[in-house]
Design a protein around this ligand. Structure first.
Ligand code: NDP
Ligand code: GDR
Length: 326
């Protein structure tokens, strides 16, 4: 039975990935941060078969201990400070966790594996946010990186460190350049979930309106459940490599609002949505659209859930949650 260690197990992707790997018969271990992490309960409820180890990407000795205890064949490094807007106000800690944390995990794996480096495969959660001021549309694995946020800069560091460990030590280290992926488990600070939660509550008369930033921003949005499958596929290849993962479609926040409000029977949402400068960013990324051709050809990966299905899934789930008082 293969064994996997996941950092960021409490996050959206960590939970879907743990479910996927458990379904494939893996023994799954997760790194959990803090002395009393409030999301432990959620992990124990959704994926009770995962073994948890306390640890932090800021503390390499805790990573070494988690590796020693779990003895993984595969390490998925999903842990990060992942909210782009937060990264401008907390650039140093974002750099430490999202950037230097990758180096700590790579180094911990290298030291742990010793002479048998090929015994552990490594996945790094890179991001389309690295493209920032885009130099080419759609974006491929070869597109020049020009990050536009401290988060993006930190991800570029982690991305190149992963490539560097592959090239320097022959480590089986792959990097998934994932475009935005969402789900009912998405954190409520991200725009899609902020909208789906608000629309659900508006439909039940529990909320009047919703404040957002730039409604013209566009993203290539997919379903997180599809994307964790791509992570796993990358580590099943003979050769480690980098892959762009996305849908190849772009939609604006306005289009997301159109579909979400239409789902509750509202065609004109203008009186429900306010624009608030607090949610504007110091710099925006340009037009993000993926070209996932390499993933399709080499991994046989394609997204299954459409944009419309994704919006519907999120609004319905939040209506159910609001009704149940969660
Ligand atoms: P989430 O924000 O939902 O989860 C982030 C995880 O990182 C949480 O489990 C969090 O744990 C953990 N974490 C934060 N700080 C530390 C730390 N110091 N040490 C260890 N763990 C830490 O992110 P997603 O699940 O959405 O994303 C997973 C990864 O993929 C992230 O690296 C993200 O940057 C990247 N990514 C995500 C995309 C997306 O669209 N979702 C697209 C491209 C890349 P805690 O509960 O303790 O806070
Ligand atoms: P992003 O996701 O920054 O792409 O990062 P987010 O949902 O936060 O923003 C997407 C776009 O929506 C615009 N926007 C708002 N965003 C938020 N959060 N709140 C608002 O009120 C709002 N109004 C408009 C933003 O300006 C932006 O253009 C996500 C994270 O998961 C990263 O970790 C990951 O690397 C990238 O996706 C790919």
């Amino acid at each position: 039975m293969p064994t996997a260690l996941i950092t960021g197990i409490t996050g959206q992707d960590g939970l879907y990935l743990a479910e996927l790997l458990l379904g494939k018969g893996y023994e799954v271990h997760g790194l959990i941060r803090g002395q009393n992490n409030p999301r432990t309960e959620l992990v124990e409820k959704l994926v009770p078969d995962v073994t948890l180890h306390t640890g932090d990407l800021l503390d390499i000795s805790s990573l070494m201990r988690a590796l020693r205890k779990s003895q993984p064949d595969e390490v998925y490094n999903l842990g990060a400070i992942s909210f782009v807007a937060y990264s401008w106000e907390n650039a140093a800690v974002t750099s430490d966790v999202t950037g230097k944390g990758v180096l700590s995990m790579l180094e911990a794996v290298r030291l742990h594996a010793g002479d048998d480096l090929s015994s552990v495969r490594f996945y790094q959660a890179s991001s389309s946010e690295m493209f920032g001021k885009v130099q080419q549309v759609p974006q491929t694995e070869e597109t020049l990186l020009w990050p536009r946020s401290p988060y993006g800069v930190a991800k570029v560091f982690g991305h190149y460190m992963t490539i560097n460990y592959r090239e320097s030590y022959g480590m089986h280290a792959s990097s998934g350049i994932l475009f935005n992926h969402e789900s009912p488990r998405r954190g409520p600070e991200f725009v899609t979930r902020k909208i789906s939660q608000a629309v659900a509550r508006i439909s039940l008369g529990m909320q009047k309106d919703l404040s957002l930033g730039n409604l013209d921003a566009r993203r290539d949005w997919g379903f997180a459940g599809d994307y964790v499958e791509a992570m796993w596929l990358m580590l099943q290849q003979d050769e480690a490599d980098d892959y762009v993962i996305g849908t190849g479609e772009t939609h604006s926040i306005r289009e997301f609002l159109d579909l979400a409000f239409r789902h509750i029977g509202i065609d004109d949402w203008s009186s429900y949505v306010k624009q608030d400068p607090r949610f504007m960013r110091p710099a925006e990324v340009d037009l993000l659209i993926s070209d996932p051709a390499k993933a399709k050809e080499k991994l046989g990966w394609e997204p299954k859930v459409s944009f419309q299905q994704l919006v519907t899934m999120m609004v319905e789930s939040d209506i159910e949650a609001a009704r149940a008082g969660w």
